[in-house]
Design a protein around this ligand. Structure first.
Ligand SMILES: [Zn+2]
Length: 123
C-alpha cells in the first residue's frame, strides 16, 4: 500500500493519521500533535461502567460522541445508541466515561433506560 492509498483509507474511515517527523517540527507543530494525540487517546480510553457488577470495560464510542461542547445547538451523537441529538438536550452519562471519569453526552431515552438502571430497580 502506498502512502497515498493509506491516507485515502484513513480519511474514508475518519481516522486522523499523524506522520511524525520531529526533526522538521516547530514547537507549534509539536503542540498540535499532542492535542491530536490527546483526542485520539480520549476515544481510545472511553470506559463503560457496569452498575450491577461495579466493573469497567473498554467502550468503543460512536462517531460524534462528546462530553463537552460550547454550542448547545451542536448536533452530536448519543454515546450509547449513536442517535443524533443536540448537545443542549443531552444528559451526562453515568456509565460511559472518559479516562478522568467524566460522563459523555447521552440521549434521554438511553439515560433513563441504561444510566438509571440501578436507581430504577431500587425504587
Ligand atoms: Zn441514546
Amino acid at each position: 500500500m502506498t502512502g497515498k492509498e493509506w491516507s485515502k483509507l484513513c480519511k474514508e474511515h475518519g481516522v486522523v493519521v499523524i506522520d511524525v517527523n520531529h526533526k522538521n517540527m516547530t514547537h507549534e507543530d509539536a503542540i498540535k500533535f499532542f492535542d491530536l494525540l490527546n483526542t485520539a487517546m480520549d476515544y481510545a480510553f472511553a470506559r463503560k461502567y457496569d452498575l450491577e457488577t461495579d466493573q469497567y470495560e473498554d467502550y468503543a464510542l460512536p462517531a460524534g460522541a462528546t462530553y463537552y461542547e460550547d454550542d448547545m445547538n451542536k448536533k452530536i451523537a448519543c454515546c450509547e445508541c449513536g442517535k443524533e441529538i443536540t448537545y443542549g438536550a443531552s444528559y451526562t452519562s453515568r456509565i460511559i466515561l472518559d479516562k478522568y471519569g467524566f460522563g459523555y453526552a447521552v440521549c434521554k431515552e438511553c439515560y433513563f433506560k441504561n444510566d438509571l438502571k440501578d436507581i430504577v430497580k431500587k425504587g
